[in-house]
Structure formats: C-alpha cells, structure tokens
Design a protein around this ligand. Structure first.
Ligand code: 13P
Ligand code: SF4
Length: 375
C-alpha cells in the first residue's frame, strides 16, 4: 500500500526504530498483562507520562496524565526515574528531555508521533523571518513560541530573550513578553496567539499574519511596524475543524448547553463558546460543573469520549463535531508500541529515544525555565 508521509515523518524516517511484527499480533489481554508486568519490574526506574489525547488503552498505564504544562512539570520533577516514556507527541518528549536530568532518558514509543502544527514552523524559516524583520526596521520584538514546536524553535526563542508558552499560561506569558518589548513574534499557532492577545485587549488591527512562504512574510514594513502581534501562519488541523455552525446546532438541540473549546480553535469559535482553555482546564471545568449540566466540547475526540464516560450520568458531554476530530499523530502511540518499549527497557535497550543536542538544549531549557517561572 502506498503511504503518504508527512514532513515530520520524512525527517525522522531513518531514525525511527520499527516495531517488530510479533508485537503487532498480540491480543489486548496479553498486551495489558505484559505492560503491567514490565511496569512492576521497572518500578521507580520508570515513569510514564500520558497526554489527555491518548487512547484509553494507553493512558490507563500513565503514572501522570495532563496537558502540556502539567506534563512538563512532571518531567522536571521525577528525577528518580531512569526512563521517561512519553505517550504523547514528539515536541512533548523533547520538552521532557530538555527539562529532565542528564542521567535520564526519554522515549517516544513511536517516533512517527509528530504534531502537524509544530511542523509548520521551520527553524530556517524563522531565521529568515528574524533577519527580514531587522532589515525592515521592525525592532523590539520578543519571540514567543507555543510549546507545540521543535526544540530548535524553542532554542531560538531562549537565545533571543524569548519564552515558551502553553495553552494554560499563554496570557501570563504574553504579559511577560510585552513587559520586555513592544511587539511579539508568536509561533507557530496563529489562533492561540490571536485568541490570547484578543483576550488581553489587543485590537485585531494590531495583529498581522506572517506567511513564511512569502518574502517579508507577505507584509509591508508599515504593517509590521504598527503591529503588536506578528502571528506565524500555523494552525492545528484538528481544532480548526470546529465551526460556529456546529455550536449553533448544539445550542438549538440542547437549550442551556454550555460550550467549551480549546484555544487552538479559531477566534470566531472561541467567541461563540462559553468558555475556553487547555485540556486540563476543560476536564476540571466539566468535572466541577453542577449535576445535570450539558456540555459541547471542541477538542480532540479521545478526550471528549473519555470525559463523556467519566462524568456520566450526572453530566452529559457531546463533541462539537458529530464525526469527532481525531489527532492522528497522537493516535500513533498504541499499546503495542508501549509494550515493545517497556520490554526493551527490561533488557536495558532504549528504543526511539528523544535526545535534544547541545547547545540547542541549553537555550531551549532557558526558554522553558522562563515559562515555568511565570505565574
Ligand atoms: P494542551 O496543552 O491544552 O493539552 O494542548 C496540547 C495540544 O496539542 C492541543 O492540541
Ligand atoms: Fe498537534 Fe493539533 Fe494534534 Fe495538538 S491536536 S498534537 S496541535 S495536531
């Protein structure tokens, strides 16, 4: 069968250690039993981190679950573990490697688990952008990158007085950056950047979109000099599928329903919703809502389905998109890959290790440490 590879997959094709066929033929029961046995044997030497978008059959084995911010904190706090197995996507495992100690090794069970949004910010394009901004006389720029970006992008920000943010601390991070410069170059998610700046009261006419495929981002020097937010032209293909029409349809069908969405959705969707926040925020808000509440949720379908099950029967949860929005790269981490990774660790073999090289690591760490210190 002909397979179309993403840019991320092409870049990692030769590093990726493929799972042996025998692991693809295991029954669910056998996988569960073998994962549980390996975890018991590895005990405190192992920590498994699981992002909320992971499948149920994977996330049930996570020692810690969370959004990107919470998982970064966990990665930095479990210095007693030799191995950190990250059930999430590549940029998350890179952040864990950057924040963990030199004696620890981080594994991504399937190296093909990238993030299509992170791929939209290429480090060479960022260098070009920075140079062109300088040439156009656009100064006092603080680079801020969403954690959904490659380590090289984080390093670029760290080296130039910038910072990393997540969906749960974006507003505080933008305030931090505006205290240090007149304008922000925000990448790679234009929607998180726009939604957050809008919430802070920055008018839309002071935001421009930098298209890395165009000379000068496709913008004039005047546009750039009057902008406070320069938004990189990137997006999440899962969250940009949610629409106002879906919200209106749910409101018609379920009067009184509350709508909550992730800030990677477009501004019109965020404005039409009742609430907006990170995956962790979405979970807490729904879990703490009064019995009888009905929710429409705009985020990845594995999280929405799990929430619907765990809060029922007191609360009812629907996806905004009736066909569900799947993050196909998060889905790459299967229980088969998890059992294979763990059984290799039992033999001290590390498969699909994520190791960010120096000096990139040191600069990316600076940007992540700045993020963790912002309240
Ligand atoms: P959270 O940090 O809110 O979990 O979001 C991560 C992500 O990739 C959302 O698409
Ligand atoms: Fe990336 Fe979107 Fe998947 Fe999040 S949901 S990991 S931003 S592709």
């Amino acid at each position: 069968m002909l397979q179309v590879l993403t840019e991320y997959e092409k870049a990692h094709l030769f590093e990726r250690q493929p799972i042996p066929d025998a692991y693809l033929r295991l029954s669910d029961e056998e996988m569960d039993a073998r994962i549980a046995a390996a975890r018991r044997a590895l005990a405190r030497r192992l920590v498994i981190l699981g992002h909320h978008y992971q499948r149920d059959e994977v996330i049930k084995f996570a020692d810690y679950t969370g959004d990107s911010f919470k998982l970064s904190r966990q990665a930095a706090s479990r210095s007693d573990a030799d191995y950190i197995v990250f059930c999430g996507v590549h940029f998350m495992a890179e952040s864990a490697d950057i924040l963990s100690g030199p004696h620890q090794q981080v594994l991504l069970p399937d190296l093909a688990a990238g993030c299509s949004m992170a791929d939209m910010a290429d480090p060479d394009d960022l260098e070009i952008c920075w140079r062109e901004l300088e040439q156009m006389g656009v100064g006092s720029v603080v680079p801020v990158t969403y954690i959904n970006s490659a380590a090289a992008i984080k390093a670029f920000c760290g080296e130039r007085g910038g910072v990393v943010c997540t969906s749960s601390n974006a507003a505080a991070t933008l305030r931090w950056a505006f205290a240090r410069g007149e304008r922000i170059l925000f990448l790679p998610d234009q929607h998180l950047g726009r939604n957050t700046a809008h919430k802070l009261g920055i008018p839309l006419d002071q935001m421009v979109v930098w298209d890395p495929s165009e000379i000068g981002g496709g913008l004039s020097a005047d546009d750039l000099r009057s902008a406070r937010m320069i938004l990189w032209k990137g997006h999440c293909s899962v969250h940009t599928r949610f629409t106002i029409a879906q919200i209106e349809a749910l409101r018609r069908r379920h009067p009184g329903i509350r709508i909550i969405v992730h800030p990677e959705c477009t501004l019109d969707v965020v404005q039409a919703a009742d609430d907006c926040g990170s995956t962790e925020y979405i979970i807490k808000t729904i879990e703490q809502s009064p019995a009888g509440s009905v929710w429409g949720v705009g985020t990845e379908i594995h999280l929405v389905n799990r929430l619907a099950k765990t809060v029922a029967p007191e609360r009812t949860v629907f996806s905004l998109d009736q066909f569900g929005c799947l993050c196909s790269t998060m889905f790459r981490i299967s229980p088969n890959h998890l059992v294979w990774s763990l059984e290799n660790l039992l033999e001290d073999r590390v498969t699909n290790r994520i190791a960010v090289p120096e000096p990139q690591k040191q600069w990316a760490r600076l940007a992540l440490d700045r993020m963790l210190s912002i309240q």
